[in-house]
Structure formats: structure tokens, C-alpha cells
Design a protein around this ligand. Sequence first.
Ligand SMILES: Nc1ncnc2c1ncn2[C@@H]1O[C@H](COP(=O)(O)OP(=O)(O)OP(=O)(O)O)[C@@H](O)[C@H]1O
Ligand SMILES: [Mg+2]
Length: 232
Amino acid sequence: MTLDAPISQAAAIRAIDLSFGWLEDKAILQSCALEVPKGEFWMLLGANGSGKSTLLRLLAGLLQPTGGEVQISPPVGFVFQNPDHQLVMPTVGADVAFGLVREKLSTAEIRQRVEESLTAVSLAAFQRRPIYALSGGQKQRVAIAGAIARHCDVLLLDEPTALLDPDSQLELVAQVQTLVKKRGITALWVTHRLEELEYCDGAFLLESGRVVDRGDPDRLKRRLMQTEEVED
Ligand SMILES: Nc1ncnc2c1ncn2[C@@H]1O[C@H](COP(=O)(O)OP(=O)(O)OP(=O)(O)O)[C@@H](O)[C@H]1O
Ligand SMILES: [Mg+2]
């Protein structure tokens, strides 16, 4: 493990010695340790199958670890890798409002939150649009709007730019970065795309279920670019 800086005590997301496996002898995650300091925007990188989605699900409490512990500041917003697993209402506005039902807000407050969340992801004009009429990238933006409408303290996002073209991808990561900084949200963003690293405060690298590196995003980017060159 490479460390760039001492671990902050004021972490909003913390995994301690976290392990997970469906089968006893085949661990998907092994003794993972990670901490995201409060108010920071970190990314989680790793090859297909390295365990990124599993780790995010454990952090969100959607899976129970087979070893170790998660400490996280609620409320937690979660954006799934596949937006079709997340969007449940017939229209964009109704879907973003859906997550607010349990929060006992006035109709005016719900309207305002739906509007501000959709504006934050450039979909203000899409409130009445049926979900089935959206592109994959637009669905991912609606899923993000739904998560941020709940005014969460922590936001976990699983490859939210996977379905976006390169221009929309960088626009979205910049928008989310601005939003989380403005609201003091602590965020962990899973990605494969090295160009997104310039927007984060720090990054973790997963390899075969282990956190093998963490820290300065530029250094991680150089490390991964070198690996790609060697593989080419
Ligand atoms: N329900 C499951 N049952 C058995 N194995 C699983 C299950 N879910 C995930 N796995 C396995 O765990 C490993 C990690 O999967 P995970 O989805 O966390 O990877 P990932 O890093 O998110 O990959 P990707 O980049 O493709 O999204 C993979 O080998 C996967 O096949
Ligand atoms: Mg995944």
C-alpha cells in the first residue's frame, strides 16, 4: 500500500479491514481500508471485476460485510451503475420527487428540490419527460438528481459517466464536483476513466479486491498510464 498523507480523523466514509465473499474460500474484497475526509470528493478506480461496485454497496449498507466494519455519515445517497435499477417512476420529475416522500416535506419544498436537483445536472427542462424516452446518459443524470435531492451528507456514485460521451462525461463530473463542494457533501465516485481524476481530491486503486494504492490523483493517474503503456 502506498500512502501520500496521514489518514484524517475527520472521515465521513470509513472502511476498516473490510472483507466480503459469497463463497468462503473466494473473497471478492479482502481487508480493504479506506477513508474519505469530510467534504472531499474522492474516486475509486480498478479494472473490471476488481470489486468496485461490491465495495460501494458495502459502504451504502446494501450488502453486509463478511469481515470488518463500515462507518459512514447518514443520510447516504447512492447512484447505481445501471440507472434502470434505480429509476422507478414514470416521469423525470416524479422520479426525483420519489426519494423525498419519506422526508415529510411540503409540496413547495419538494418542487423546489426537484427543480434545483434537475438544474444541477442540466435537465431542468425534462421534468415532464417520460423515463422511457431518455437516453442512457440522461437516465444517469436523473439518478444523480434523485440522490442529491435528498440533501445527503455522503454521495456514493457507481460509474455515473459510463453511458456518456466524452464531452458530457467531463461536463457531468465538473457539475457534480461543483455541487458537492458547494454543499459540503463527501463523495466517492467510481470510474474507469483516468481523465476524470483531475476533478477529485484523492483516489483509491482496487486490484483483485484489495486497496493497493491511495492518495494524490495525479500520481495514481501516472501509475495507471504507465501500466497501460506496459500492457500495450
Ligand atoms: N452476486 C454475485 N455472485 C457471485 N459473484 C459476484 C456477485 N456480484 C459480484 N460478483 C463477483 O465479484 C467480483 C467483483 O464484482 P464487482 O461488480 O464488484 O466488480 P467491479 O469492479 O464493479 O467491475 P466493473 O468494472 O465491471 O463494474 C467479480 O468477479 C464478480 O463476478
Ligand atoms: Mg461495477
